[in-house]
Design a protein around this ligand. Structure first.
Ligand code: UDX
Ligand code: ADP
Length: 470
């Protein structure tokens, strides 16, 4: 019999999902001991940093850690001990897209999940609830159950739950404090329902009952992929329309405003952009594509694949429009790219549109300066050369700046790639005075006041609002 009341929680994986989620559980449930473990010593050391130099930048996170760490929240690399002591274990390890083998480029790499599951089976001396938190393909819980059942010690029983995380980076703490919903999937057996009730009770310490949804295991797993696919689909839809706007003189913000006023559609996630990034959207859609193909549903696979294809198109369309506007050559011209994170208020760069833009400018032999208020320099170099690029060659053409103003000095063009608030409030008159003329601004995030910038003397081009020079 797995525990019905949760007193000790272990979270395997101290990353973007496991770290903030379990830190908030600890904050809101002072009677539960929460231990977050990771194999990565440097990451754990950063979570334990006396100066709160945490491994993740997330507004409000530091306050949570300050209050809970050392009280009922602990970070450690002693994985086995934490597993054995816990009543409930969250599995929050990484599930990147496979880089080789069957399903390469589409399917999720479940190696980390399997290793963590085997470790739980090997170590546990008492029954436990095991919760898959990482986004996984449908039916992963079934594989986990098979592994646990085949390897567990006599008398040790595991109940498996799916509890996908819907937080968005940059607003993780606010999302965790007041989630739209908490989704818990379980087998619809007596034991499955009891385990589901035990986890519901944990969330019920701060989440109202009507926001805690309990469903079947497979529905829960699929709902996570479906939610991300549908959010991303809205962005690709609005981005597809932005191309029509540029060709016709319509304005995408006005179109989105008008469309979003329909209460059936709603205003959120209709902001045209240079393309979505982040660790989830592309990965989860490709997962859904792979799932559809393995289920022999090629039309369904093609439908979802088009969302990712449109995103790639948008990034490349934006950079090629920039090159065309800069008189069809950017060779040795200085382009300042403002923003490297995949969205504001995060230092995360996974799948960021900036990577594609800068690589495209690099291919065109431009000189690029990059500024981001949060992303570390080493991360930028790693991302740019991820596909085997020659670092020395990159360093000859690309410079990382310490401020937006510094990046723009002597530039022919500025490209807004991330919607950081500080770019809205730059001293644009000072920026203009430092640039070569004519001074271009390409706003890939629709955050700038185009008429005001034109009054200063800039030539301004925004995604989805006419591109007069083409
Ligand atoms: C997403 C989901 O929102 C979240 O529920 C899930 O748990 C993880 O994936 P995240 O990737 O952190 O969260 O960020 P999100 O705010 O969804 O933004 C994703 C990308 O879409 C960003 O690059 C963002 O700039 C872009 N975006 C978002 C747009 O281009 N337009 C929009 O209208 C909204
Ligand atoms: P996510 O965005 O899904 O949270 P991250 O890559 O940020 O993904 O975090 C996942 C973390 O899980 C990494 O820090 C990794 O070291 C950790 N991890 C993977 N496998 C194990 C394991 N078996 N035991 C402990 N930690 C693990």
């Amino acid at each position: 019999m797995a525990p019905t009341q949760v007193k000790k929680i272990c979270c395997i994986g101290a990353g973007y999902v496991g770290g903030p989620t379990c830190a908030v559980i600890a904050l809101k449930c002072p009677n539960i001991i929460v231990t977050i473990v990771d194999l990565n010593q440097a990451r754990i050391d950063a979570w334990n940093s006396p100066t709160f130099d945490l491994p993740i930048y997330e507004p409000g996170l530091e306050d949570v850690i300050r209050e809970a760490r050392g009280r009922n929240l602990f970070f450690t690399t002693e994985v086995d001990k934490a597993i054995d002591e816990a009543d409930l274990i969250f599995v929050s390890v990484n599930t990147p897209t496979k880089k080789s083998g069957v399903g390469k480029g589409f399917a999720a790499d479940l190696n980390y999940i399997e290793l963590a599951t085997r470790q739980i089976a090997r170590i546990a001396t008492t029954s436990k609830i095991v919760v898959e938190k990482s986004t996984v393909p449908c039916r992963t819980a079934e594989s986990m159950r098979t592994i646990l059942d085949a390897n567990s010690r006599p008398g040790v029983h595991f109940d498996i739950l799916s509890n996908p995380e819907f937080l968005a980076e940059g607003t993780a703490i606010a999302d965790l404090f007041a989630p739209d919903r908490v989704l818990i999937g379980s087998l619809q057996t007596e034991e499955g329902k009891k385990a589901s009730a035990a986890l519901s009770a944990v969330y019920n310490n701060w989440v109202p009952t009507d926001r805690i949804l309990t469903v079947g295991l497979w529905s829960s797993e699929l709902s996570k992929l479906a939610a991300n696919a549908m959010l991303a689909q809205r962005i690709s839809s609005i981005n597809a329309l932005s191309a029509i706007c540029e060709a016709t003189g319509a304005n995408i913000d006005e179109v989105a405003y008008a469309v979003g006023k329909d209460s059936r559609i709603g205003p959120k996630f209709l902001k045209a952009s240079v393309g979505f990034g982040g660790s989830c959207f592309q990965k989860d859609i490709l997962n859904l594509v792979y799932l559809s193909e393995t289920l022999h549903l090629p039309e369904v696979a093609a439908y979802w694949k088009a969302v990712v294809d449109m995103n790639e198109y948008q990034k490349n369309r934006f950079s090629s429009n920039i090159v065309k506007t800069l008189f069809s050559t950017v060779t040795n011209k200085k382009i300042a790219v403002l923003g490297f994170a995949f969205k504001k208020d995060t230092g995360d760069t996974r799948e960021s549109a900036s990577i594609t833009l800068i690589n495209n400018f690099f291919q065109e032999a431009a000189n690029v300066t990059v500024y981001d208020p949060e992303v570390k320099e080493a991360q930028i170099w790693q991302d740019l050369t991820e596909n085997g690029g020659d670092l020395a060659a990159y360093k000859k053409k690309i410079t990382i700046s310490n401020s937006a103003l510094e990046a723009c000095e002597g530039a022919a063009a500025i490209v807004i790639a991330t919607e950081w608030d500080e770019f809205r409030t730059l001293d644009w008159t000072a920026v203009h005075s430092k640039m070569s003329k004519p001074a271009f601004v390409f706003d890939g995030r629709l955050i700038l006041d185009a008429p005001a910038l034109r009054a200063i003397g800039f030539s301004v081009h925004q995604i989805g609002s006419g591109w007069p020079s083409l």
